[in-house]
Design a protein around this ligand. Structure first.
Ligand SMILES: CSC[C@H]1O[C@H](OP(=O)(O)O)[C@H](O)[C@@H]1O
Ligand SMILES: Nc1ncnc2[nH]cnc12
Length: 343
């Protein structure tokens, strides 16, 4: 049984599974000027992390408060209008703050399934995720950007990490945890900005640790020996769930510290250090994300942005459980997330 048995049914009028444009009705809010509904599908999202809780300089078209069978997401979802370089109408971008609008969610408390499910239900198929990371390599200096291509999972299995459980089994491929085609676009945009105050590393391995405490020195040395480039607490399960939800996902990282492997007095990572670098270089982070959105808004990227190359993969990956053996609650939730896949 669902813990909230009526939830799926009460959601149906809000998120009709068979319509791509979902009319979202919201609870009464104070934000009188900004609409609380948005009727067109939104294909691109930005997930902001530590120090990147807003994306100013875009037209704020709506603020949505969706809910999902996995509960509400970390924050309201802002719909921002981004001018398209190739069409007359603006491109809508969904912005979600991973730790909440006031950074009140620790990494292990982030409702990643709700975040990804809410974004997918709006039509999102491409996610640019931003993260503040520790550097595990001397040449990746604080304020450098890294567009990673691999992840080592050092979370502890305490975060819900899949949509497939409770009598619905699914196995998606995760050999390349970031989307190769999207990553290539992001790197190209990053390179167009590289100059005196922007440095970019084209690839790298993120170690995603559980936290919320930072690593011990022994762990930090071990991650370096494993070939880790940078470390954070939020690449997973976000990237895994995005893959299950058939979304093209790429993380952009900004180094804020050298973790604790250098062992120099006063140099170990702390929150002040992370926030200081994020504040000082936040404008460059926003420029980077803005350049990526400029590029993705071009018509030529339409197929990529709609993740046509991932469409239906989860129908087959999740088709392993025979109908008669399915857990009913799990089946209902997955039918909500993937209308038509598991009928
Ligand atoms: C405040 S330091 C640790 C914190 O910073 C990173 O956050 P995010 O990835 O959301 O930018 C890291 O993953 C930790 O959550
Ligand atoms: N050293 C570090 N370890 C884990 N997450 C981080 N985010 C920023 N710096 C970090």
């Amino acid at each position: 049984m669902l813990s909230r048995p009526n939830l799926l049914f009460s959601l149906r009028p809000l998120f009709h599974p068979l319509t791509s444009c979902r009319h979202i009705t919201l609870p009464p809010r104070k934000m009188a000027d900004v609409p609380t509904t948005y009727d067109a599908p939104v294909h691109i999202a930005v997930i902001g992390g530590t120090g990147l809780q807003h994306l100013p300089s875009f037209t704020h078209a709506a603020t949505l408060h969706p809910t999902t069978p996995w509960g509400p997401p970390s924050s309201p979802i802002s719909i921002l209008h981004h001018p398209s370089p190739t069409t007359s109408s603006p491109i809508p971008i969904a912005f979600l703050s991973r730790h909440g609008p006031h950074h009140s969610l620790a990494p292990h408390e982030i409702p990643s399934r709700a975040n990804i499910a809410a974004l997918r239900s709006l039509g999102v198929r491409t996610i640019i995720a931003f993260s503040a990371v520790g550097s595990l390599q001397e040449h990746i200096r604080p304020r450098d950007f890294v567009v990673p291509d691999q992840i080592i999972d050092r979370t502890k299995g305490i975060r819900p990490f899949t949509f497939f459980e409770g009598g619905m089994v699914g196995h998606v491929g995760f050999g390349d945890p970031f989307d190769t085609a999207l990553g290539a676009v992001v790197r190209r945009c990053g390179h167009s900005l590289v100059g005196e105050d922007i440095q970019l590393h084209d690839g790298g391995t993120i170690v995603c640790m559980e936290g919320p405490q930072f690593s011990t020195r022994a762990e930090s040395h071990m991650y370096r020996a494993w070939g880790g480039s940078v470390i954070n607490m939020s690449a997973l399960p976000e990237a895994k769930l995005a893959r299950e939800a058939e979304m093209a996902y790429q993380m952009i990282c900004m180094a804020t510290d050298y973790d604790c492997w250098k062992g120099e007095v006063g140099e170990d990572v702390n929150v002040e250090m992370v926030m200081g670098h994020m504040r000082a270089n936040g404008e460059n982070a926003r420029r980077f994300v803005g350049a990526v959105l400029d590029e993705l808004s071009k018509e030529e990227h339409g197929e990529l942005v709609r993740a046509k190359h991932l469409e239906m993969q989860t129908k087959f990956a999740g088709g392993i459980t025979h109908k008669e053996g399915r857990g009913k609650e799990a089946e209902e939730k997955l039918k909500w997330l993937f209308p038509g896949y598991f009928d």
